[in-house]
Design a protein around this ligand. Structure first.
Ligand code: SAH
Ligand code: SF4
Ligand code: F3S
Length: 470
């Protein structure tokens, strides 16, 4: 692994914090908002904290440090953060708890200004490009007792070799690239995560091999645009070292497919415009790559798609789906859809419903358009009234739910391979797992099955889960 001077420096800070806390075990809480990339970043923050002598607790009152990893893709996250900060004010006054906020929202100036003004008791603000410096920032906050802000607009480098504390022993996320170059007109992500940059093939392969050794069964490859992995590097002649034949997303899938011990490979999110034939071929030929592909649609209308800067039409999307279905046996699809983008008419929204009817997605993540400051969408004049947006959302939801129910029926009576993940949250006597197509299956079984893949007969469907029998 390619451990830089910077990471060596941060590891020294890890030791310094530990010493400063006199090797006592302290406690922290962490609240993560947003996407799987943020979840993976939080796993890294947890890794650093554990090495610095902090153990996780869910009880805010006993925490010595409260950490927030924020998202700003839609507006509701802001209310959630400010609500929590209000609650923490008393704990700050009573026991001097350290409060740190990081993540995407911190890359927005109007947010950090609001925090400075209304919540001046927050100790550390850090952005997406300075996550790896958390040990240094914590050390300074503890030692100098100063409020500090470590936020830069320059794309952060990719750092290898920091500790990580994963949420699961069975499934692991591996970030393969940071940033986004697409600038969809509704989306804030390119502004808060910077430009696309990919990790070196060897670092990814080594990480997955190590996960396999630890017994992990399932790997999810993460990025804002995974199927353009290494594209910018190729186009701009930025140096990278091919490793085990990896020089693109398709070759990465193939190389990971060969790693012994890993049973399932997933990835999010690909962009339809970059779904090249070699990627389709890799999915079709790699036995471990799951047959559920997430293919964000956003809108089914070509004019709206153009306004969104998505770079494909309704027809191109449907043609891609058809091509994939022909080549990949048992393909299932999930998607993201936004309703109420500026200017969207009822007729244009009908096109979205039309695509949903045609494709019959396994899962649809539905969003009401949310204005994001600084994006072109926010400046568009023909914003849709809230009421209208909600009406469309409900219409889409009704269609999606009826399709899911219909689709669930197809599972009943079939045998599915289920990766057993643990006890069911609602009933400790039952176990829960997932099919290749990521459907939740609940069943009765012995706890020693956790972490294995089992053949299971599906006996009934219940909208959001299936019931199985060994
Ligand atoms: N890079 C990924 C995901 C980005 S964010 C992709 O391109 O698919 C996840 C989802 O949030 C997006 O797919 C989109 O459906 C939704 N989203 C992004 N910005 C939004 C906004 N301003 N309002 C509502 N939904 C939004
Ligand atoms: Fe946002 Fe579009 Fe980039 Fe996805 S591809 S992160 S939706 S700008
Ligand atoms: Fe949110 Fe940042 Fe992910 S804005 S969706 S946490 S990349």
């Amino acid at each position: 692994m390619n451990e830089s001077e910077e990471i060596k420096r941060q590891k020294q800070y890890i030791q310094k914090v530990k010493e400063m806390n006199q090797n006592k075990r302290l406690k922290y809480t962490i609240l993560t908002m947003g996407c799987q990339l943020n979840e993976n970043d939080s796993e890294k923050l947890c890794g650093m904290l554990e090495q610095m002598g902090y153990d996780r607790t869910e009880n805010q009152k006993e925490a010595d440090l409260a950490l927030f990893n924020t998202c700003c893709v839609r507006e509701n996250a802001e209310d959630k953060l400010f609500g929590k900060l209000g609650e923490l004010k008393r704990l700050k006054e009573e026991k001097g708890i350290i409060i740190a906020i990081g993540g995407c929202m911190m890359q927005e100036k109007h947010i950090t200004e609001k925090i400075k003004e209304s919540y001046p008791f927050v100790d550390i603000l850090f952005g997406t490009h300075t996550l790896h410096k958390f040990p240094e920032n914590l050390y300074k906050a503890l030692k100098e007792k100063k409020k500090l802000k470590d936020i830069i607009d320059i794309d952060g480098e990719i750092y290898e070799g920091m500790p990580i504390k994963r949420n699961s022993h069975i499934k692991a996320s591996v970030t393969i690239m940071n940033g986004c170059n697409n600038f969809c007109t509704y989306c804030i992500v390119p502004y808060v995560r910077g430009r696309e940059r990919s990790r070196q093939p060897k670092d990814i392969i080594d990480e997955v091999k190590d996960l396999a050794k630890q017994g992990y069964q399932e790997i999810t490859l993460l990025g804002q645009n995974v199927n353009s992995y290494l594209r910018v590097e190729q186009e701009k002649n930025i140096k990278f070292e091919a490793y085990e034949g990896v020089h693109s997303f398709a070759t990465l899938l193939k190389a990971i497919n060969k790693i012994e011990g890993i049973e399932r490979i997933r990835f999010v999110s690909p962009h339809p415009k970059d779904f090249t034939d070699d990627v389709i071929e890799a999915i079709a030929t790699c036995d471990k790559v799951c047959n559920l592909v997430h293919l964000p649609l956003q809108s089914g209308n070509s004019k709206v798609l153009k306004e969104m800067n998505r770079k494909y039409t309704k027809e191109q999307y449907l043609a891609l789906v058809e091509k994939m279905q022909k080549r990949i046996p048992n393909l299932t699809l999930s998607t993201d859809i936004i309703v109420g983008f500026p200017g969207e008419t009822d007729e244009e929204f009908e096109d979205t419903l039309d695509v949903v009817r045609k494709v019959k997605f396994e899962q649809v993540y539905m969003f009401i358009y949310s204005r994001r400051m600084g994006t072109p969408g926010d400046k568009m004049e023909n914003q849709i009234p809230e009421e209208q947006k909600h009406k469309r959302f409900d219409q889409l939801k009704a269609l999606v739910e009826s399709q899911i129910q219909e689709n669930n029926q197809k599972y009943v009576g079939t045998i599915q391979k289920v990766l057993v993940e643990g006890e069911s949250k609602n009933n400790k006597d039952l176990l829960t797992g997932r099919t290749d197509s990521n459907k939740v299956v609940i069943f009765e079984g012995n706890k020693n099955l956790i972490g294995t893949i089992q053949n299971m007969k599906i006996v009934s469907e219940h909208m959001w889960y299936l019931k199985g029998e060994m």
